[in-house]
Write a protein that binds this ligand. Structure first.
Ligand SMILES: Nc1ncnc2c1ncn2[C@@H]1O[C@H](COP(=O)(O)OP(=O)(O)OP(=O)(O)O)[C@@H](O)[C@H]1O
Ligand SMILES: [Mg+2]
Length: 272
């Protein structure tokens, strides 16, 4: 099971996140980014965070620790925004917490370099989980203590929104030409054998067991939470074997940000 903590002080909403996560202090003296069950993205986003995040960590990628986060809306009565109040009130009980990285900066591919091996590993991982949310426009990576950390996997595993067509959806190619690390010459096929060998049924069993039963109950077409876990396991296990053959890499020039020196012109500041 994921470690469990309880919130003791709601600090602030993170308005830059579409689901408006909160920064909340907990009874272990830690500070966490909390993704709320009451958010419009729903519990599937939290399932994706747990499975993708824990899988990533086991592939030795940097992902902040995830915890089960017990949230009592009473601690946030001081939050003045009514919409956020509604979100918090709808999220009493079990939520998902992620260790807050203090002072972390949003990753900018023009400012921070990543070596090709690390870029290859991250792109292969994102292909495995079908992550469409790591483009240079919205990298969902933080730079903390000079290292890149991966966050926000809520939009991955999108095939779990329709299990009937999941196999077909997961067999589609993965386009990495827009990826935040595309400019660092990733070669996911070169790391595929090493990484795929780690994605064993045992590892997937361990990772899916970390998803709370509460979030897997009542899934149409499945009798028990363990049946749903098995579906995630089978799909990811199969995908690990051959996803590298379906990844498109290479910069899509017109979609990449301009080099630093060209920016004032592109943005029209020095236009004559
Ligand atoms: N562990 C963390 N430590 C520090 N800051 C974080 C952490 N997790 C998230 N943040 C900050 O909060 C922002 C929103 O987080 P995140 O992207 O996970 O939320 P989201 O609601 O899923 O967003 P999106 O709009 O991308 O779907 C991030 O861009 C980052 O600035
Ligand atoms: Mg985000």
């Amino acid at each position: 099971m994921l470690r469990e903590v309880a919130g003791i002080r709601y600090v602030t909403p993170l308005r830059e996140g579409g689901s408006v996560p909160g920064v909340v202090e907990a009874d272990d003296y830690g500070t966490y980014v909390v993704k709320f069950t009451g958010a419009a993205q729903g519990r599937k986003a939290l399932i994706a965070e747990v499975i993708a995040g824990e899988l990533g960590r086991r592939l030795e990628l940097r992902v902040p620790e995830l915890v089960r986060f017990d949230f009592d809306p009473v601690i946030a009565l001081g939050e003045p925004d009514e919409e956020i109040q509604d979100l918090l009130k709808a999220s009493g009980g079990l939520n998902l917490g992620m260790d807050f990285l203090p002072g972390a900066l949003g990753f900018d591919p023009l400012v921070f370099g990543v070596d090709p091996l690390e870029a290859s590993r991250v792109v292969w991982f994102d292909a495995l989980i079908g992550n469409v949310d790591r483009s240079w426009r919205n990298p969902n990576m933080l730079v903390w203590h000079r290292n890149v950390w991966l966050i926000d996997h809520g939009a991955s595993l999108i095939w779990h929104h329709n299990w009937k067509s999941a196999a077909a959806a997961s067999a589609k190619p993965y386009d990495a030409s827009d990826h935040a690390l595309a400019r660092f010459s990733p070669e996911p096929a070169a790391v595929a054998a090493e990484l795929a060998a780690k994605v064993t049924d045992e590892l997937l069993t361990e990772v899916t067991a970390l998803v709370p039963d509460e979030w897997l109950l009542d899934e149409p077409g499945f009798d028990t939470p363990d049946d749903v876990r098995r579906a995630y396991r089978e799909l990811l296990g199969a995908r690990a074997l051959d996803i590298h053959r379906r990844i498109t890499t290479g910069l899509r020039q017109e979609k990449q940000p301009p080099p630093e020196w060209l920016r004032p012109w592109v943005e029209g500041k020095n236009a004559t």
